[in-house]
Design a protein around this ligand. Structure first.
Ligand code: SF4
Ligand code: SF4
Length: 376
């Protein structure tokens, strides 16, 4: 594809802005904790989205988080099992939920757990609510471990649309990118979860993923082979987002496709819908030794996940929104990986798209991945 003739990345939802909302409960809760009623009626998806955004500013905010999404009363995940436990743990916390918090740390922890349990969908939160949930998670980590983390809720910036390019001629299959990604993103060490796959393919056989080896243990580069990396491509038309029944995954304005780990119910529809094997599921509780935890986190990125939720590459949102390259780009010793702002005409990624013969995988599906391949 010639990028000069087909500047698809310019027309991909650019300028589409989510509605933002203002106002917050004086008790600081993100949703639902101060009582209130709900209306139970059915809606189309479009009507739901509109209502859910409105919900964050009106009396609808007083709904439980699940009610925000479905507009019906229903359990959240194993919610009422937990609710019973929360009622017991949080009884004291609830009775004082709108008053000054006790100095007792266990009571504080119970209150945090309670507020987190009933918070709303991050996608629908105001900036203030996002900050509040991040503050709670940081404090909760501190209370649990005695250690500090830094967690960002930084939103997408104006005039930024992230894109990625992969130089097939340069990749030598070293997998430094894979290791850097695991460390940066606090991926589970036991299951050896990896967002990136490096596929070793035979020369002269084209891009044959069925015959590729993405689990090789030998010296690289292997003679007669070439290497191709895949990960989440942050599609501009992501089928994974379409199928999520609870809006736990969505596309941000800078093009990042993200997951709210606290909202995901683990149904794995998104995993099945992704044509690029971009998503990973936590079959067990992710474990990272304390000494190896990356304490520089983003709510939508590398914060610690739980058992039973989906995760994937976020183009290292905690780095990219701080003006840095993703860890894989920085770690690649051959310069095979290029990342940048597609809306910046002076960026290297734009230079690649405008001067190299680039292509994307499964273009015919219309998913519009923001991940291009090219060769020197
Ligand atoms: S590559 Fe897969 S997981 Fe990533 S945005 Fe596209 S469809 Fe979703
Ligand atoms: S597993 Fe995927 S589709 Fe299911 S709730 Fe989580 S993000 Fe949504």
């Amino acid at each position: 594809m010639s990028s000069n003739n087909n500047k698809k990345w310019f027309s991909l939802n650019i300028g589409r802005k989510e509605k933002t909302s203002s106002g917050s409960c004086s008790c600081g809760k993100s949703s639902g904790g101060c009582g209130g009623s709900s209306n139970a009626h059915h809606m189309t998806n479009e009507a739901f989205t509109e209502a859910a955004i409105n919900a964050s500013i009106g009396e609808e905010r007083t709904k439980d988080g699940f009610e925000q999404v479905f507009d019906v009363k229903m359990d959240r995940r194993s919610a009422f099992k937990k609710l019973t436990a929360s009622l017991l743990i949080g009884a004291g916390a609830v009775s004082t939920s709108c008053s000054v918090i006790s100095g007792d740390e266990s009571k504080e922890k119970a209150q945090i757990d309670w507020e987190e349990q009933f918070k709303g969908n991050y996608k629908l939160m105001t900036d203030k609510e996002k900050e509040a949930t991040v503050d709670r998670l940081v404090r909760s980590y501190q209370l649990r471990t005695g250690k500090n983390i830094s967690m960002s809720s930084k939103n997408a910036e104006e005039d930024v649309l992230f894109g990625y390019a992969f130089n097939i001629s340069k990749c030598q299959g070293y997998m430094d990118c894979v290791n850097a990604c695991v460390e940066e993103n606090n991926q589970d060490r036991n299951s050896q979860m990896q967002y990136i796959r490096i596929h070793e393919m035979k020369d002269g056989k084209g891009f044959n993923f069925n015959e590729a080896d993405d689990n090789y243990y030998h010296e690289v580069p292997a003679q007669g082979h070439f290497y191709m990396g895949t990960q989440c491509f942050h599609c501009d038309n992501p089928p994974c987002v379409e199928v999520c029944p609870v809006q736990a995954t969505w596309r941000e304005d800078d093009g990042l496709v993200v997951v709210d780990y606290d909202w995901c119910v683990g149904c794995r529809y998104c995993m099945a819908a992704c044509p690029y094997d971009g998503r990973r599921f936590n079959w067990s509780k992710p474990e990272v030794p304390e000494s190896e935890i990356n304490h520089n986190q983003h709510y939508l990125g590398n914060r610690m996940r739980k058992k039973g939720v989906m995760e994937k590459c976020t183009f290292c949102v905690q780095r990219s929104r701080a003006g840095k390259n993703p860890a894989c780009v920085e770690a690649c010793p051959t310069g095979a990986r290029i990342f940048g702002n597609l809306l910046d005409p002076d960026s290297t990624i734009r230079w690649v798209l405008e001067n190299k013969k680039v292509f994307r995988l499964k273009e015919d599906l219309g998913t519009e991945p923001k991940f291009w391949y090219f060769m020197d």
